[in-house]
Design a binder for this molecule. Structure first.
Ligand code: NAP
Length: 281
């Protein structure tokens, strides 16, 4: 689909949004695109979501990213949404056009791209996912569509893991956190999709869990900084990946949906790394 060259505004809807790295790598991409586009932060308490939706429908902005805690709400607020966004129950990208809103989940693309770039074969593999919130559900959808054989889904609150397991009970096995070591046997990737990484006290799983993974396993943390989980994995001789690449690739796909032009991914990655470093890593 070709679109007319864009101008105007786009922004990030969430609460809070002040900490977000998205403007630091989206703005340089839009500067390179031209048209004077501004990527803004739109702090939005739940009560103000209707005003944001109206702003998008009125044409005063051509789109938005959506972050915590509003991704599930936007899955129901848009006029149309992709199948993956429906499965994930979460929309993180809204494209506004002619008064109508289309919702996508680009976190799924963002999560998978760094794995593809490292030639990590997910088909027929076993993956451990720790966490059962919104991000974990997107990760599970990404893994199911990539043909994994088994997902061991570990969460502090078992009921939330069981709810996600209903997406595909033949491939997803829910575990409570205390059984994480039982869950990990033979897995080639372990994903930390909990929000604990930002607190950075201790790893969400212990060394026994890492010792049960297959040789050449990868520990992948969605948190876009070094975490206790990644440090412990590294100590145990496991390769690590933090969430910065995921963040940039989800944003790059959003850029492409809004502009219908290829995203300057390298430029965005460089800008994101610089912004993270400026904040102390
Ligand atoms: P969420 O819906 O609030 O879910 C939080 C999850 O963390 C739940 O599974 C929760 O367990 C678990 N958790 C929280 N504190 C814990 C603790 N002290 N011990 C054990 N488990 C704990 O959050 P979310 O939206 O899924 O986001 C999760 C993380 O993914 C965040 O760090 C977010 O920044 C990151 N993320 C990164 C990207 C990226 O592009 N890199 C994209 C999306 C999300 P319970 O169910 O037991 O409460």
């Amino acid at each position: 689909m070709t679109r007319q060259r864009l101008s105007g505004r786009v922004g990030l809807i969430g609460a809070p949004v002040a900490h977000s790295l998205s403007p630091a790598f989206q703005q340089p991409a839009f500067d390179a695109y031209g048209g004077g586009i501004v990527y803004e932060l739109w702090p939005t308490p739940s009560a103000e979501i209707p005003e944001r939706v109206e702003m998008l429908r009125s044409g005063r902005a051509f789109g938005a990213n959506v972050t915590v805690p509003h991704k599930p709400a936007f899955a129901d607020l848009v006029d149309t949404r992709s199948e993956l966004a429906g499965l994930a129950g979460a929309v993180n990208t809204v494209v506004a056009r002619d008064g109508r809103l289309h919702g996508e989940n680009t976190d799924i693309h963002g999560f998978l791209t760094p794995l593809r770039e490292r030639s990590i074969e997910l088909r027929d593999s076993k993956v451990v996912v720790v966490g059962a919130g919104g991000a974990a559900r997107g990760v599970v959808v990404a893994l199911l569509t990539s043909g994994v054989a088994e997902i061991a889904l570990v969460n502090r609150t078992l009921e939330r893991a069981e709810a996600i397991a209903s997406l595909d009970p033949s491939r997803i096995v829910p575990f409570a956190s205390h059984a994480a070591a039982d869950a990990a046997g033979g897995a080639s990737v372990i994903v930390n999709a909990t929000s604990i990484g930002w607190a950075d006290s201790e790893s969400v799983v212990d060394a026994t869990v890492f010792s049960r993974l297959s040789r050449d396993a990868l520990a992948y943390d969605l948190t876009y900084r070094e975490t206790a989980f990644l440090r412990l994995a590294s100590t145990c001789g496991i390769a690590t990946l933090d969430g910065l690449e995921m963040l940039v690739h989800q944003g790059a796909r959003s850029f492409e949906l809004w502009t219908a032009t290829p995203a300057p991914v390298d430029l965005m990655m460089t800008a994101a790394r610089a912004a993270r470093a400026a904040r102390g890593g």
